[in-house]
Design a protein around this ligand. Structure first.
Ligand SMILES: [Zn+2]
Length: 349
């Protein structure tokens, strides 16, 4: 009974709470050198049972192609190629690309399994959509030809290899599929899940993530006038009282997570969440600091994304050190195992 209640809670968390958090936390501004997305929501958390797979051909994914407004059935491994290509720069190390392939596969299979054809709540009949703000980014071969130009052959072969080398592999914890959350740049340390999403998920633990500094967006700044700063905050909280003369001294009670991201802070007479500030000023993460320069406020931001799970730049740094994809995945997802889907099925029965 206790188990059932936990399961119901996890499903509620996954279907209702997690998607809204993830969409809220998403930052649409990207460049080609930055991984395309910061997270993958998944349905069912660590209690995604695979029993339903017996009645379904899980090798075929019903994908709602958002920019074409239609559902297309795509072979699972072909689909994973399009996700890796959309979610991670093709210049990354092969072992990092392989790690991304396993997260992409785990994500879509959980959607297929839990919701059986209703995986994307926005698009009935689809397991997943290609809207990176809702499900998981994906690009067709034609789109990749345009994106990569003369490098197409080289990159396509590389991504195909990363997917083939990890064929059928998924991430499991306690014999169930996991929520393979990830992001571009943690800022040096990843987050504990409960600091971002309230729910303590055993395999989403904070770990140090060195080597990310090479990313062009590791550190970014946002500059605005003091008036603009106050106006934007007031748009969100009209009853804010903030004196223009000494703004920095009116920012206090900053509470940070273990990884250094801001949970809450007080500005003037109002308390804001770190995510609220991130949204108001369109910041890359909630790891930020304020400075005053003349009539301007400068916000310095470290990292890109929510910081939970695998850091894509961190994964690439580990790969450069010679770490293999399974070592990278086990580093960022505490206590997980990497197994073939068919072996997972055997465990369940
Ligand atoms: Zn969707």
């Amino acid at each position: 009974m206790k188990y059932a209640i936990y399961g119901v809670f996890l499903i509620f968390f996954s279907l209702i709470i997690l998607p809204s958090i993830i969409v809220f936390g998403f930052n649409p501004h990207r460049t080609s050198s930055t991984p395309e997305n910061e997270v993958k929501l998944i349905d069912g958390g660590n209690l995604v049972k695979v029993d339903n797979l017996n009645n379904k051909d899980y090798h075929t994914v019903s994908v709602f192609i958002t920019n074409q407004n239609k559902i297309q059935k795509i072979d699972l491994e072909e689909y994973v190629k399009g996700v890796v290509a959309a979610e991670m720069p093709a210049e990354f190390e092969i072992e990092a690309l392989k790690a991304q392939a396993v997260t992409a596969r785990t994500y879509v299979l959980s959607k297929e399994i839990v919701l059986g054809g209703k995986g994307c709540q926005l698009h009935p009949g689809a397991d997943v959509c290609t809207d990176s703000e809702h499900c998981q980014a994906w690009q067709s071969e034609e789109e990749l030809r345009q994106k990569w130009g003369e490098n197409f052959d080289k990159y396509y072969v590389k991504i195909s290899q990363a997917v083939a080398d990890t064929e059928e592999l998924v991430l499991v914890y306690n014999d169930a599929l996991i929520v393979p959350a990830y992001h571009a740049i943690s800022g040096g340390k990843t987050e504990n899940s409960e600091d971002v999403w309230q729910s303590k998920i055993p395999y989403l633990r904070s770990v140090v993530s060195p080597g990310e500094e090479v990313a062009s967006k590791y550190k970014t700044t946002v500059v605005m006038s003091k008036e603009e700063f106050i106006n934007k905050l007031k748009q969100k909280k009209p009853s804010l009282k903030l004196d223009n003369s000494d703004i920095l001294n009116q920012i206090k009670d900053i509470e940070r997570t273990q990884a250094g991201h801001i949970k809450t802070l007080k500005i003037g007479n109002m308390t804001f969440g770190g995510e609220e500030i991130r949204e108001i000023f369109d910041l890359n993460s909630t790891n930020f600091n304020f400075e005053a320069q003349g009539n301007n406020i400068v916000i310095t931001v470290i990292g890109y994304g929510h910081g939970v799970g695998m850091s894509q730049y961190g994964a690439n740094a580990l790969a450069k050190q010679g770490k293999k994809f399974d070592e990278i995945l086990r580093y960022y997802y505490t206590g997980v195992e990497i197994v073939k889907i068919e072996d997972l099925l055997k465990i369940q029965h």
